[in-house]
Design a protein around this ligand. Sequence first.
Ligand SMILES: Nc1ncnc2c1ncn2[C@@H]1O[C@H](COP(=O)(O)OP(=O)(O)OP(=O)(O)O)[C@@H](O)[C@H]1O
Length: 910
Amino acid sequence: MKKTDLVENTLRSLSEQYPHGISAEQMGRELYLDRSTASRYLNELVREGKARKIPGRPVKYLPHPPAKTEENSGKGAPDSMSPSSRQASVGELFTDIVGAKHSLRSVLEEALAAVMYPPHGLPMLITGETGTGKSHLAHTLYRIAAERGRLRHDAPFVAFNCAEYAQNPELLMGQLFGVKKGAFTGAVNDRPGLVERADGGVLFLDEIHRLPPAGQEMLFYLIDQGVFRRLGETTMERRARVLLIGATTETPETVLLPTLYRRFSVKVTLPPLRERTREEREILLRRFLEREEEKMGAPLTLSDECRQMLLTYPCKGNIGQLQSDVQIACARAFLRHLQQPGPRVTVTIEDLPQTVLQEASKKTATIDGKPLPRKQRKADQIPNIYEQLVRRKQTMQESGANDTRMSQSLEEVVDQYVRVLMQTSRQDVDDLSGGARLIEPELYKILHEAVSEAEAFLPSPVGVHQLTAVGLHMQAWLNDPERRRNLSSLPEIPPAPDPYIRAAECIATHIKARWGLDLPAREVKLIALILSPRDQKQSPERRVAVLVAMHGESAAHSMADVTNSLLGSPVIHAVDMPLHQPSSVAFERIKQTVRQIDQGAGVLLLVDIGSLTTMGEAISRELGIAVETVPHVSLPMVIEAGRKALYTENRLEEVADAVRRAAQLPTTLSDRPPSRIIATVCYTGEGAAVTLENWLREHLPDADRDVTIRSVRIDPESRRSPLLEHLARTHRLIAVVGTVAPELPGVPYLPAWEMLQPEGVGRLKQLLSATRTATIFPSRSDRLTYDRIPSLVEQGLLETSRHLNPRLFCRIMQKEMDVVREQFDLSADRELGLWMHVGTWIDQWIGARLDGQIPECPQPESDSQPSEVSPSNIRAWQRVLDTLSQTFSVSIPEQMAIHLCGLSRRSPST
Ligand SMILES: Nc1ncnc2c1ncn2[C@@H]1O[C@H](COP(=O)(O)OP(=O)(O)OP(=O)(O)O)[C@@H](O)[C@H]1O
């Protein structure tokens, strides 16, 4: 298609939307031409009588005579709907969106309503699989909003893919919101962000779910209040008015903060290509071909089979992939055209990328109209060893590996490849017929003859599986031009023992004799390696297996795929855990996979949330396989795991440690560990807990001034506290210090008395200085006995109380407590907690009185059972309190005894 034809067509389709004419600038934008080139073509059309000029500033153009758009012309999908005026306007407005009048009509109506909503449009979220047209839609909406006056005509459109910086959230946030000088290392200047650039226009955030939670929150404030701060700014608040359009391939309600998710007033989903009509796919194909034809400047045709395949193959990457597959095919056809010039560039089935053929054969099991035998389909799935070798070479070079390391690593690639071949052969060899099912009969015959001949000098006979493995390899090589390419970066193939080289040469001779085909030297070497009994020669060392398990439909597999393709080896395994799937099913699937992939060196389990750590432990116990779990998995961690696991000498702990280090490398906003906290606890959260809080605050070493101390009440019955559990989730809870051990597994508990002894202080210091997850200390009740209570309480109160004489207090308690013990059957730790509680309360009472205040008395527990506050129980505590009250000259209110009765009930776990 000539360029002027393209301009004419575009003018015709745009004229429906702009009845008053189209400027050269507009045309240029549409066709990615500069204004003057667009103007030249338009004037050419005017000279040819195909367009007319409308004078004015700027000059505008209209087609002559006016024409219909592609979708209206009857070439495309038949318009079976009776269009309301709104539908018609959507069809007219979105001329560059194929499907605007059919599959996408309602989606576009909703989206249009959102951007046109006064005064400045509504924030919108677009979801859909990759390549379904999310970015394209966002840009089109912006164009319409600018043209229709909802945005300034020169309003900016700023697009940003959050996935690009997802591994470095600090940079990501800086890009988005701007940076104040010194906000982090490397922030040497004040720098505005994209939000500022998008002020007054559209901010399109692709893969918005990759924004860390802090960023999502900032975004929420931006759309809610129109305010934001650059990174590092604490006081200054900036304003920006942006129309936010977010896009994600994930299920948004599961990956976005609920506040942000809810703030998107309009949410639309673009359907995948497989759900679009055949007519729409035809129009898309036609458009893409026209674009390529335009670029080539030569007429383009498509063979019928090729067209058929492009219209039917399962296109996982949707419209985006269809477009790039068309581009690749056209580029190949064009190259051929340059070598053998002809009147037209003809795209045939050979020009299609291998993936298209593979996908198509999976779906239809036919190629060139003939059914593809099962064996051949299987052979198509054999990995491309050459690509794997090239990638592995690159990886090793990047990591600075020496020659020995490099050749070891390349051998591993070949070993792995041979394993895959042997496995495929084992799965499919027909034991009855002796195995030729997977391989073309003729090829199998050649191989069989050649190998029978070679057996005269081979140390042992070649088994059927080995022969099939060679056949699979050769079949893939013969069928796939990609594998026959000369790769300059292909590393030297590791050498095989001589007899096998001779056997491979024998095969090459037979192939040459039968088909006249020369096998390159690298093929001969590879065949020799496949023939040699590598399994038996392999070192007994085993590799650590790596498994990524993540919530979501495909997150784990995508990380594994990226890493395997980067490293050129299928070293990472994956289990996706759809959110609707019960955890028991996920557990079973992970367990089965661990069992399958373990090579005897253990399994590194990389998971997305910390709670799966226990799953790893349970699997390890059940299967007897070493499983090390690392949470908060990210792509750099998976890559690091893959790199380390490639080496057989790396042990499980070493691989896990390397991964943990990789996780800590970028000290970024979201990677920064949560802030540290120590919780002080007692039964009320006000007595001993507050005293301990103050004491700890005063005694924290300078290096640990960042640690927050927080007093918390523990429920006497369940020994749980929702607040404490929340703190454990949101902070790095270093330890719980107090007078009662809470039910909080995994967090070290330091009894007040122990912490106030040198050994306790030492432990606290250890916990503070440790950067890793603290170990769980043995339960205090293992060591605490009743006889230790007085001295421990005395020590504790000596440290924490300010007015009370702890020694005297303990003497009284010791004398009086028997009556209470008889009534309540208290465990030692509970009794200790009560003593501390009473002691600190009296201390506070004296303090308050000295300050001239009226001391407060704790309220009785509201849920106390009548049995616990029976008269005899109250009397028991009252007796202790009376003695204390006389000794310390405090008037202890009656409800204190009732309160203590409530706290003295026996907890289920004591
Ligand atoms: N409805 C459509 N009509 C015409 N072309 C389309 C349509 N949808 C998408 N395309 C084209 O397909 C290609 C891929 O679209 P786009 O990049 O918008 O997809 P995406 O959903 O944003 O992909 P990703 O999730 O991978 O970012 C673009 O070149 C776009 O122009």
